[in-house]
Design a protein around this ligand. Sequence first.
Ligand code: ADP
Ligand code: MG
Length: 239
Amino acid sequence: MPSAPIAALKHVTRRYRVPNHGEGAVHAGVRDISANIPAGAFALLKGASGSGKTTLLSLIGGMDRPDSGSLHVAGTILESAADHELDSFRRRKVGFVFQTFNLLPTLSVLENAVLPAILDRRTEARAKDHARNLLTWLGLEHRLHHTPDQLSGGEMQRTAIARALLNDPPLILADEPTGNLDSRSAALVIDLLLALVTDQGRTVIMATHSDQADAVASLVLRLHDGELCGDACPNLSDS
Ligand code: ADP
Ligand code: MG
C-alpha cells in the first residue's frame, strides 16, 4: 500500500523581486511545482545551481511562504498557517541540515546539539541525555566537549544531524549536506540519512547536485530553472 504523502505540493510558486530592473520585475525561484513526497521516502531534489532547490526546501520547511499554491506538510497547511503555527511546525516537525553546518562556534558539540530544546523551553537535563545518545549513535561520543573548530567536516555535519534530530521530527530537510565534505565523509552522511529512513521511519528530502545518493533514493525530483522537468531535464553534468 503506498504511504500517504508527508508533503503534498500543489502549484507552488515563489517569486523574487529582481533589484535594479524597475518596479515589479520578478523572477521565479520555483514555478508551479506539484509533487507528493510519501512518508518514509528518501527523496532527492536534484538540479544545477540556481535551479530552485533551496527555495523549494525553504518552502517545505516553513522558513518561507509561497506566492501561490499550497503545501501540506506533516499535518500543517503551510500557506495559511499563522506565524506561531509555523514556528511550532519548524521546531517540532522538521529538522534542517545545511551545507555549511551552521554550528555556533563558541558552543561545544553537546551544546550545539541541545540548542533546539533550549529554544523550545524544554528541560535541559533530559535534552542533554537525549543529545548524548544521538551523538553516540552518530559516532561522536569522544567529541562531546570539543568546539566546531576542533572537528573535521564530517564530524561537524554529524553534530548538525544530531541537532536536527533532537526534537524527534518526522521530516529531515538536508540542503547539499555533502557539498563541503570529502567523498568518504559524504558517503557516511548519506548512510546516516538513509538510516533515519530505513531504521527510524523518518522522511528525508535532500537537495544535491551530486549523484552520490542516487542509488539509495526512493524518489528523485529534478528541477531546471525553477520548474520540475521530469524526463525533459537537461543532463546535469552538462550544466
Ligand atoms: P539552488 O538551491 O538550486 O541553487 P535557489 O533556490 O537558491 O537554487 O535559487 C533559485 C533561483 O532563485 C535562482 O535564480 C536564484 O538566483 C533565485 N533566488 C534565490 N533566493 C533569492 C533571493 N533571496 N532573492 C532573489 N533571488 C533569489
Ligand atoms: Mg541551494
